[in-house]
Design a protein. Structure first.
Length: 267
């Protein structure tokens, strides 16, 4: 029997992990997506994924005054997921790939973020209940590309940030516990109407919990300040500025935890 090479196994797991993060998101003319994950020096568990979907819905036709008439129309939806697997190493990388795949598959069958997380939780609980991975955090949102309505739900993950064109921030928060920890969890979803030039920022704790030499955390306020200071730049340029700001704060080239950010901008 051929012996396994742990270093080769780790390198293969890292390559799989990076390949999942390099998949191009669906393209829509009024949406710009910038994303980046800087992995830690060891295998981590950060992930993001984007799911293109379309569905027929009924909308009210306002053309005839005094007459309520509905028309069936096809609209495009964009699912946006970000998550973080508890732990590090090969097990974490495997659960990361599993979580990303589950959210992608389930997201193609429904436009309800709460239902996506509920089904993903049931599947993950079966897979990880007897493993050394305790849970997965996730934030899942669905954007109606025509109406610009954003629905979202949260599973123990940091709330996403909405940076309005006018420069104000809103936290996109809903109650919801970790994925995979309990078998029959239900999740709440909420929604918000987006406008042109709005930016939705999803991130993992590797950003705000990054520490400097004094063990001070970068924190949410510094992240907001950086996002706001670079709002006039493109989403990609803002992303670059944020990661440079975090690195300058920590004064470290190698991170102790994965650092992941996704910026979705309405054009």
């Amino acid at each position: 029997m051929k012996e396994t090479n742990p270093l080769k196994d780790l390198e293969m797991a890292r390559r799989v992990q990076q390949a999942l993060l390099q998949v191009e998101p669906p393209a829509y003319p009024n949406i710009t997506i910038a994303r980046r994950c800087i992995p830690a020096s060891h295998l981590g568990g950060d992930f993001y994924t984007f799911i293109g979907n379309s569905a027929e819905i009924l909308i009210q036709n306002p053309k005839t005054p005094g007459v309520i008439k509905y028309e069936r129309t096809t609209q495009n939806f964009l699912g946006i997921a970000i998550g973080d697997v508890a732990g590090h190493g090969v097990s974490s990388a495997l659960v990361m790939a599993l979580s990303s795949g589950l959210l992608d598959k389930i997201g193609q069958t429904t436009t309800s973020p709460a239902l996506v997380l509920e089904k993903a939780n049931q599947d993950l609980h079966r897979f990880i209940s007897n493993s050394d991975i305790s849970h997965v955090t996730a934030f899942y949102a669905v954007l109606n590309c025509q109406s610009k309505k954003l629905s979202f739900a949260r599973a123990g993950h940091h709330p996403a940030l909405l940076l309005r064109d006018g420069g104000t921030f809103l936290e996109l928060d809903t109650p919801g516990t970790f994925l995979g920890m309990f078998s029959n969890e239900q999740y709440e979803e909420s929604f918000i109407q987006l406008e042109d030039k709005d930016r939705v920022v999803l991130y993992t704790d590797g950003i705000i919990e990054a520490q400097n030499t004094e063990h001070e955390e970068y924190g949410i306020d510094r992240m907001k300040d950086c996002l706001l200071a670079n709002k006039h730049k493109t989403s990609e340029e803002t992303l670059e500025a944020l990661f440079k700001d975090v690195q300058a704060f920590t004064n470290q080239e190698n991170t102790k935890d994965d650092q992941t950010v996704v910026i979705v901008e309405i054009n």
